[in-house]
Write a protein of this length. Structure first.
Ligand code: SF4
Length: 521
């Protein structure tokens, strides 16, 4: 069924990319900790295997709230299923599988190593992946014959909208336009408010209490170490809780989502975002259901004579079935080695203040505020990730793979499949332009326009030289100068590179930023 990938893409001869069968209802379903929703079973009563493998937490230093979320979600699913599930707490997955003596099936896991693990087991039937709107085989067919640079999100998104009939009027997009992103770049509201009620938040229960006690004990025993603050659980851990958050978003927040989607406010980390990414990536809800519900909410609002803004609905749908699915497919399509790209020769280590989320060590108000938000919640929306954290790492030449690992560990919704293409490609331009046609480097003017951070900052976003030179503005020019030759052939960089030649103080800026290095004070 699957066509072989064309151009310079890897073919489907890698066993991890095989065309797996769709269902196996007569086996026990092994569900990984990111496959926890009902859509990972072939029938509601199918027997289930769940494994809590402690070694996962020993291998990496995760954000404390991410560890809590993962364990809580897994244990809630085990409690929900009761005797239907065999729930094993072991050191490794292999140790758990050795205790199971019946036929297992598993939906293709979400990382290369996990797929290799399940494919090595003759007692496990691997099924096609779930948890995304579009199928891997369909993406491969779409990608066949296209070069890496032609796997464009917008093209893929249009096909997906058509095939799955989301926000469509027959063969045409609702409203006549596929992508309304240009309406979704409003700056931060002057009064610091987007005018939506606070998001629905879950209430912790005795399972959370037990998770917290276990994590405290593991840390006290020196068994594992975390980064970031503990705090009340902010994200759903069950399908039912995810339904609450989704319904709340569709009813109260979706209307305001679009225009300020890219804005940043020091006092409001959520704005009108859905905060569903952690739930989607835990597999608690089927994304096809999420986009169908958004589509229906739009149609209902039109019928009721009070239409939801189409740019808000389309922007949300594009996040879920456009961007999220596209990043998922690229993780596989770009191959096992894609993660090692380092086209801009960035070799700085992740500095200790960033590794430890030490917001107080940072003088730049935007970076300090975002870092404090990450430490407090393990979540900020996509623009602080891309334009504050990622932009800083890009300008300062921090090693892309190390940044990928950092984003994976400290964000509650971070997984390998999410972060590789997002960080290596989108944020750090380490793939030389496969995902993004130009680097996402920007000076302080962008942050000043899109946020309220600069007013309270010791630096001046307009200054590139001197005591109050903004590290983003100065860093931008130093980045361009450092990569002048590497970016010379990029048509979209011609104008910014030409700007370098007009800077009389360029040498002094470069020297100043060389001295500053990755020190943000
Ligand atoms: Fe960030 Fe520069 Fe604005 Fe300060 S002046 S908040 S460092 S962009």
């Amino acid at each position: 069924m699957a066509a072989r990938a064309g151009g310079d893409l890897p073919g489907s001869d890698d066993p991890a990319l095989a065309d797996f069968p769709a269902q196996d209802p007569h086996s026990r379903r092994w569900c990984f900790a990111d496959q926890l929703g009902p859509h990972f079973l072939d029938a509601p009563g199918q027997p289930v295997l769940l494994v809590e493998a402690r070694s996962v937490f020993r291998r990496r230093r995760f954000h404390r709230q991410k560890a809590h979320l993962l364990l809580s979600a897994l244990r809630h699913r085990a409690a929900e299923l009761g005797e239907q599930a065999t729930f094993l707490k072991t050191e490794t997955y292999t140790e758990a599988l050795d205790q199971v003596h019946e036929r297992l099936s598993v939906c293709a896991p979400t990382t290369w190593p996990a797929r290799d693990l399940v494919l090595r087991r003759p007692d496990v039937t691997v099924l096609e992946a779930r948890g995304f709107v579009t199928r891997q085989a369909d993406f491969r067919r779409w990608a066949a014959g296209r070069s890496r640079q032609r796997l464009l999100m917008d093209d893929f998104y249009r096909v997906a909208r058509r095939v799955h009939d989301v926000l469509m009027d027959g063969a045409q997009p609702v409203g006549g336009t596929w992508n309304l992103d240009h309406q979704n770049r409003e700056p931060a509201p002057a009064d610091g408010r987007v005018g939506v009620p606070p998001p629905w938040l879950p209430v912790e229960d005795e399972i959370d209490e037990q998770v917290r006690a276990d994590l405290d004990r593991w840390v006290a025993d020196g068994d594992v170490a975390f980064v970031g603050d503990d705090g009340p659980r902010l994200f759903p851990v069950t399908h039912a809780e995810t339904e609450e958050r989704l319904e709340d978003f569709l009813t109260h927040r979706l209307r305001a989502f679009g225009p300020h989607e890219d804005a940043m406010l020091a006092g409001d980390p959520w704005l009108a975002h859905s905060m569903l990414s952690a739930s989607l990536n835990l597999g608690l809800v089927d994304p096809s259901d999420v986009v169908t519900r958004a589509d229906q909410a739009y149609r209902d609002s039109v019928a009721a004579g009070d239409p939801l803004p189409l740019n808000s609905v389309e922007g949300f749908v594009r996040q879920v079935m456009g961007w999220r699915d596209w990043i998922w497919h690229l993780y596989w399509q770009l191959g096992r080695d894609y993660r090692h790209g380092n086209a801009l020769a960035a070799h700085e280590e992740v500095p200790p203040w960033l590794a430890e989320l030490e917001a107080e060590a940072v003088g730049a108000n935007c970076l300090s505020s975002v870092l404090a938000d990450v430490r407090a919640r393990g979540w900020v929306h996509h623009i602080p990730r891309l334009m504050v954290l990622g932009n800083y790492a890009l300008q300062r030449g921090i090693e892309p793979l190390a940044m990928t690992d950092w984003f994976h560990r400290v964000f509650v919704d971070g997984y390998d499949w999410v972060m590789v293409a997002n960080v290596v490609g989108m944020s750090q331009h380490a793939d030389g332009g496969v995902l993004a046609t130009k680097p996402y480097a920007a000076g302080g003017a962008y942050i000043d326009r899109m946020s309220d951070y600069c007013g309270g900052c010791r630096y001046d976003p307009r200054k590139r030289l001197g005591e109050d030179a903004c590290p983003y503005t100065a860093g931008y020019w130093a980045f361009l100068e450092r990569n002048r030759e590497r970016l010379a052939d990029n048509r979209r960089m011609r104008q910014p590179l030409a700007g370098l030649g007009r800077l009389e103080d360029l040498e002094a800026v470069v020297e100043q930023e060389r001295d500053r290095g990755t020190d943000p004070r």
